[in-house]
Design a protein around this ligand. Structure first.
Ligand SMILES: [Cu+2]
Length: 352
């Protein structure tokens, strides 16, 4: 315990220093800045408020056109459906970071405006809990967690990853058995990763209710989410390397892929992963690291690499500052250059 909390405070000290640097850039937020904190450092009130706001999003009616997407049953489903539909445009490419920055921000904004959650979007610092996910504040299954492990599923084989690689499963693999999201119904999917190559079938919009599935996997979390793995990403010096080390390649999942795999099944669904409430905390951490990496050098802020097609495919041109990005019913279209600076263009938050 001692070493965990020591590491925790060291990390807080490091992150505070970086944020101070970030403030040297003039902000256009005029003092209205939300503080995004690590889940473990939220007060009980803040945690319960966040959980009840997520449940509120799962109860409010959708804004998606349900003639087109009949599976959409809630505001949370609006976020999931949009992500499913855009998966092959916004991952493993040149708009991954900026698109998800605004996606998480739109979620944070909806939590406040529609569900009364007044605080910043929390994040999940992988390194703090990677060797014991089931006892982390985020996944311990208590009333102040986002639910715990899934029931044991004896039929799990290994994960096949990349070019013939293999990763072990853990002890879960079934529906979550404890905590606030034990009765959550996921409306879409699950979707096979192979669809990343072929595209979605037209019936992806169908209502296919199932439970929130988890398989908390310390082996994967430790391998790809420890501080050394994060340092590899943070020590890169151009955005192409930052993107590639964050999301990994082949069996090296990187912290981005590693986070998805370490929680397993629902969060691992390449298309419908925002159905797991932990998604927004995972991507909060990615956004935090990107911001900390950007403020080291002003020219990193404006650096772009890749297209807006999965695997940087050439169906779309190289991303530029003028490239338009879209979020459907969730929010207005934005130019990429508006999405690159925390503290500007409505991104009024900071990381603690
Ligand atoms: Cu995503």
């Amino acid at each position: 315990m001692f070493s965990t909390s020591l590491a925790y405070w060291l990390l807080l000290a490091i992150s505070s220093a970086s944020i101070t640097d970030g403030r040297h850039h003039h902000s256009s937020c005029h003092g209205k800045v939300k503080v995004r904190k690590e889940w473990g450092s939220l007060t009980k009130t803040e945690k319960l408020s966040y959980i009840s706001a997520v449940k509120c999003m799962q109860t409010l009616p959708p804004e998606t056109n349900t003639t087109v997407v009949p599976g959409a049953r809630s505001r949370h489903d609006d976020f999931i459906a949009l992500h499913i539909n855009m998966t092959r445009s916004v991952h493993l490419d040149g708009i991954f970071l900026s698109w998800h920055r605004n996606y998480v921000h739109l979620w944070e904004t909806a939590l406040e405006e529609e569900c009364g959650y007044p605080y910043g979007q929390p994040y999940w610092n992988w390194a703090l809990w990677c060797d014991d996910l089931a006892h982390s504040p985020l996944f311990d299954g208590s009333e102040t967690s986002l639910s715990g492990d899934g029931a044991h599923n004896p039929d799990q084989g290994n994960y096949t990853v990349g070019n013939g690689g293999s990763l072990p499963h853990a002890n879960g693999g079934g529906c979550v058995t404890s905590g606030p999201f034990v009765n959550q119904t996921i409306s879409f999917g699950p979707f096979d990763f192979a669809l990343a190559f072929t595209g979605l079938p037209s019936n992806w919009t169908t209502y296919t209710p199932h439970c929130l599935v988890r398989d908390l996997n310390n082996y994967v979390a430790t391998r790809y989410g420890n501080q050394t793995a994060i340092d590899v990403v943070m020590n890169t010096t151009n955005v192409e390397d930052f993107q590639n080390t964050m999301s990994g390649a082949d069996i090296n999942l990187g912290p981005h892929g590693g986070g998805h795999f370490s929680i397993g099944y629902s969060l691992l669904d390449f298309f419908a992963s925002p159905a797991d409430p932990a998604f927004f905390l995972h991507h909060g951490m990615i956004d935090r690291l990107w911001m900390m990496w950007q403020v080291v050098d002003e020219k990193r802020v404006w650096e772009l690499s890749g297209t807006s097609t999965i695997f940087n495919g050439n169906d779309t041109p190289e991303v530029t500052l003028e490239t338009m990005q879209t979020w459907g019913v969730l929010g207005k279209d934005r130019k990429t250059k508006e999405l690159l600076r925390v503290g500007h263009e409505g991104f009024c938050y900071e990381y603690m």
